[in-house]
Design a protein around this ligand. Structure first.
Ligand code: SF4
Length: 339
């Protein structure tokens, strides 16, 4: 690990000012915000991240989870993953988010990790984590070692010839299905970014993962209310039962009107270069009968554009079955679909 300076800030303007002169995280930031540190410190130990200065933002007080006046939920950027997952409002109204968070990492990590940190969680591609290998995301122009290497766990949707890494987060898949809005304060003031516009596909610039600019500080996330009667859940499939990343996961929210689906949101994890919202699957489901054939048709639509690599072709069928089962469980009003 390279030496670094640690400074503490106690106001949002001071935090923004401290980071404004630095390139963004994805452009080799020299100044980084740190809160829980569960991801960043890992990568500093591996010399993947080499900031010269860390700005400790834990004193900013952005850790509340509270209802929005007009409905919906507001989650502070520094709210710990455990606090969000166990919050009564989240469990009651956004169970998909509670389940997604609790399916990830370990209790100790969830107690430290924050909402905003999780939004910016880095890929687990083994070549990204090892500076001995070429990796376009870590070092633009150095090649992608995964395309002809170990790619079993990597993405099949949204990939490019420059990067096939997947987004490893569970939280972000649920937030995608919930149409969360990310609130940012930056050098030019405050702005909001719908989560569907927050992540960037790798294209030719996989090092740039989000639309954040230098100095941008995520302050909180808001989630609109779901239609009354909506059932939501998260299903995660992985190599072992705990402390493991998803090979495929599904976050679904479904509301039925009699036997028909009136409202559906679908997002996939473990398979996308970004947390993967599937409007295609939602279109298939809308107005249709809630039955196995239509759930499978939605899954087929969601994976239609899949581009598997040499070792991860199994993910296409795995993700389809994951989504089909998650939709069936939600339609059956099951509380959870843990597998
Ligand atoms: Fe790097 Fe992406 Fe290729 Fe992995 S898949 S080696 S992160 S460029």
């Amino acid at each position: 690990m390279q030496p670094f300076e640690l400074v503490t800030v106690t106001s949002v303007p001071d935090a923004v000012k401290a980071q404004s002169g630095s390139p963004t995280a994805q452009q080799g930031a020299t100044v980084r915000f740190i809160a829980g540190g569960t991801n960043l410190v890992d990568y500093m130990k591996l010399n993947v991240e080499t900031p010269r200065q860390l700005v400790d933002i834990n004193g900013l007080g952005l850790d509340k989870v509270e209802p929005e006046p007009g409905g919906g939920l507001r989650i502070g950027a520094l709210a710990r993953n455990s606090d969000v997952a166990h919050h009564e409002l989240v469990k009651a109204q956004y169970s998909v988010l509670s389940q997604a968070i609790l399916s990830g990492a370990s209790t100790q990590l969830r107690n430290m990790a924050t909402t905003a940190g999780n939004l910016l969680q880095k890929t687990r591609c083994v070549y990204y984590r090892d500076v001995a290998y070429g990796c376009n995301k870590r070092q633009p122009g150095s090649g992608c070692s995964a395309i002809d290497g170990h790619n079993r766990t990597l993405a099949i949707l949204g990939v490019s010839d420059h990067c096939i890494a997947n987004n490893p987060s569970d939280q972000n898949v649920a937030l995608m299905a919930l149409e969360a809005v990310i609130h940012v304060t930056g050098a030019k003031g405050e702005r909001t970014i719908p989560i569907g516009q927050f992540y960037l596909l790798p294209g030719e610039t996989p090092q740039r993962e989000t639309v954040l600019e230098p100095g941008d500080l995520i302050t909180h996330v808001t989630i609109p209310a779901l239609p009354e009667g909506t059932k939501s859940l998260y299903l995660k499939l992985r190599d072992r039962a705990s402390y493991e990343f998803a090979l495929a996961s599904a976050a679904v929210a479904v509301k039925q009107n009699g036997p028909h689906i009136e409202f559906a949101r679908v997002a996939l994890g473990g398979v996308g270069a970004v947390p993967w919202r599937s409007h295609e699957a939602e279109r298939v489901l809308h107005g249709k009968a809630a039955n196995a054939a239509n759930f499978r048709a939605a899954a087929d639509a969601a994976l239609k554009g899949a581009k598997p690599q040499s070792q991860n072709g199994f993910k296409v069928e795995l993700a389809k079955r994951c989504l089909t089962y998650a939709l069936a469980q939600a339609a059956a009003h099951k509380e959870s679909a843990h597998a």
